[in-house]
Each structure stands twice: as C-alpha cells, then as structure tokens.
Design a protein around this ligand. Structure first.
Ligand code: NAP
Length: 314
C-alpha cells in the first residue's frame, strides 16, 4: 500500500491504518473466548497481508487484551516488527482502579503516562512504541509535566514519537509549547457521518502545524459501508437516506463498494488524512485497500458533502 510520512518525521504510515479496538470482539475481558481471539488474530494477519503497516491500539481496548493479542502475533512473526508502525494511547482510567471508589477519569500525570507505556510495551511484546498518543484531554493536564514524561520515555528508548487524540486546537498548542519534540499526529473522529472536524479548526490546525490527521470510525462505525447496521457496535450517528443513495450512486459508477467511496472522500483532503479501519473481516480489510486508488472529482466530493450536511452551502 502507498505510504505517507507521519507529520514532519521520517516515520512512514500506510495510507490506511488498521485499528485494533474491536479485535477481542468485546470490551469486557471476561467475555473473551478462544474463538473471539482467533478472529482477532486472523484480522491482524489479514491486515498485515493486505499491506497495512500502521496498527493503532490503546491501553484500554478490552483492558489491554487487544494489545496482548497483537503481541502474540508479533511474538510468532518477529520479522514483522521492523516493517510496521505500532501506535498506542494512554490517559483514560477506568472506574474502580486503583481504588474501589476511583471514578472513570483522565490522567496525564507523569507517573500514569510512564506506567501505562510500560504496560503496553509488555503486552505488545516490543521494546519501543513508535507513536504514543494521549487518548482524551485531561482537564488537569500540566503541559510541563507531560513534556517531562515524554522526555523520559524518549530518552529511555521506550517511545519514538508522540501524538494526541480528541484534543481541541488550543490544547495541542499549549502542549506543543512545552514539548521539545514535535507532536506528529492528531487522532479524531471524521467521516461522512460526522463532519465537525471540517469546520471546528481541527483539520486547519493539521494543515498549518503539519500534524498527520489519523481519523477514527471513518465508516461511522460501519453504517457508511453497510446501511443495514443499526445498533450495538454499529453506527454512532444517524445517516440520511439521501446520503446512502449518493454514496451508492458514486460507488456503482466507479465499480467499487460504498465503504471504499466513504474512505476515498477522506483521502481527498489535502492534509493527507489516514483513516483507521476497524473491520475484523479479512475480506473487507483487503477490499478497503482499493480506496487510495480512487481519486474523487471535486464534484463527487462536494455531492457527498452536501448529502452528508443535508443542507446547501451558503
Ligand atoms: P469503522 O471502520 O468506522 O467501523 C468498523 C465497524 O464497521 C466494524 O464493526 C465493521 O464490522 C463494521 N462494518 C460494517 N460494514 C462494513 C463495511 N462494509 N466495511 C467495513 N466495516 C464495516 O471504524 P471503528 O472500528 O469505529 O474505528 C476504527 C479504529 O479507530 C478503532 O479500531 C480504534 O483503533 C480507533 N478509535 C479511536 C478512538 C479514539 O478516541 N481515539 C475512538 C474510537 C476508535 P466487521 O468487523 O464485521 O467488518
């Protein structure tokens, strides 16, 4: 698959990243079964075979179990490590940890950032995390304290590069001011089902600060690829019949699937968006790699935008 540089660095990412959020088949470790683990490992192998070289994790995905599954694949195929970019995230803490009355919260203390990184390294079975990201902004973030933690992790070789997720532009600016190393990536939600980042300054900042936009739920949790999805781990946002028809018309004319068109719409943006694919179906994982081949015309791009907005542009 075609690659692009991550931010201003030498690190390369495949044009589509593979997201490991769903590979355990559940959020709850007590519901993991050997069958679900097999599906997850097969999905990782399918992504590797299809040419994805960027794998996105978080310490909280199935409470570390997704990282553990990935670590098992790396342990069984050690030569793969040199060919891929491993990204993970920290900073969200579950209720009840470490104390029974601890609330669900965010924690960017240096102590938690470093402990979380060390836990991920063990589970992922690697010595270095390529891209370490802060998952959701901690209201108590002290930029100097985060910079100090990042410095320690970089100096000790535990992390190569850093990024953030779900931040406001002003929060990134405050953190970047304190950090000696450039932040390389910003991970946020964007799709034809969720347009906010086009207008709230987030994509503008990616362009001006040369941050790589890593986009989560690029298919709106699946609804843009399969309109029949309506609940559970499916769509996060309602999508109009007119948008579904517009995607289908362009997909039919181009001879590709609806999901490929929804991804091509993201790839057209000049900030070089990297959509993070969440399917665990090997056929879909492979088929979606057609998206970088589709260069939508401006007319097609705007027809999709207008259908997604549901109203005219001013
Ligand atoms: P997505 O690609 O929008 O949705 C994937 C889901 O859609 C899967 O359940 C998949 O089911 C389903 N689907 C239905 N029809 C499909 C089709 N035609 N093509 C492809 N998928 C179809 O992405 P996502 O899983 O919501 O998120 C992707 C990644 O983003 C996550 O794995 C995670 O790494 C990251 N993420 C980050 C944050 C954050 O806060 N930073 C939040 C959420 C997610 P099948 O498995 O059956 O194909």
């Amino acid at each position: 698959m075609e690659t692009v540089s991550l931010g201003t660095s030498q690190l390369q990412t495949s044009r589509l990243a593979y997201g490991c959020w769903r590979i355990a088949g559940t959020w709850n470790p007590s519901e993991v079964t050997p069958e679900k683990e097999d599906i997850g490992r097969r999905a990782i192998i399918a992504a590797l075979e299809a040419g994805y070289t960027h794998f996105d994790h978080a310490d909280i995905y199935c409470r570390g179990h997704c990282e553990t599954l990935f670590g098992q694949v790396i342990k069984a195929n050690p030569s793969v490590r040199e060919e891929i970019l491993i990204a993970t995230k920290c900073g969200i803490r579950f209720a009840g940890e470490p104390w029974s009355d601890s609330p669900h919260r965010y924690d960017f203390s240096a102590e938690h950032i470093i402990a979380s990184c060390e836990g991920s390294l063990k589970r992922l079975h690697v010595e270095t995390i390529d891209l370490f990201q802060l998952h959701r902004p901690d209201f108590l973030m002290n930029p100097e304290e985060v910079a100090d933690a990042f410095n320690q992790l970089m100096r000790s070789g535990k992390v190569r590069e850093f990024g953030v997720s779900n931040f406001r532009p002003s929060q990134i600016a405050a953190l970047q001011k304190a950090c000696p190393m450039p932040l390389l990536a910003h991970q946020f939600e964007l799709s034809l089902a969720k347009l906010d980042a086009l207008t709230d300054g987030i994509l503008d900042q990616c362009l001006t600060s040369k941050l790589s936009p890593l986009v989560w739920s690029p298919l709106g949790g699946g609804v843009l690829g399969s309109p029949e999805i309506s609940s559970g781990q499916g769509p996060r946002h309602p999508v109009s019949a007119h948008l579904q028809e517009t995607i289908s018309a362009i997909a039919d004319a181009r001879g590709v699937s609806r999901a490929v068109i929804a991804l091509a719409w993201l790839l057209k943006h000049p900030s070089r968006i990297v959509p993070i694919i969440g399917s665990t179906d090997p056929k879909r994982i492979a088929e979606l790699t057609r998206a970088p081949e589709i260069d939508l015309t401006r007319d097609e791009w705007y027809r999709l935008l207008l259908a997604a907005r549901g109203e005219k542009l001013p």
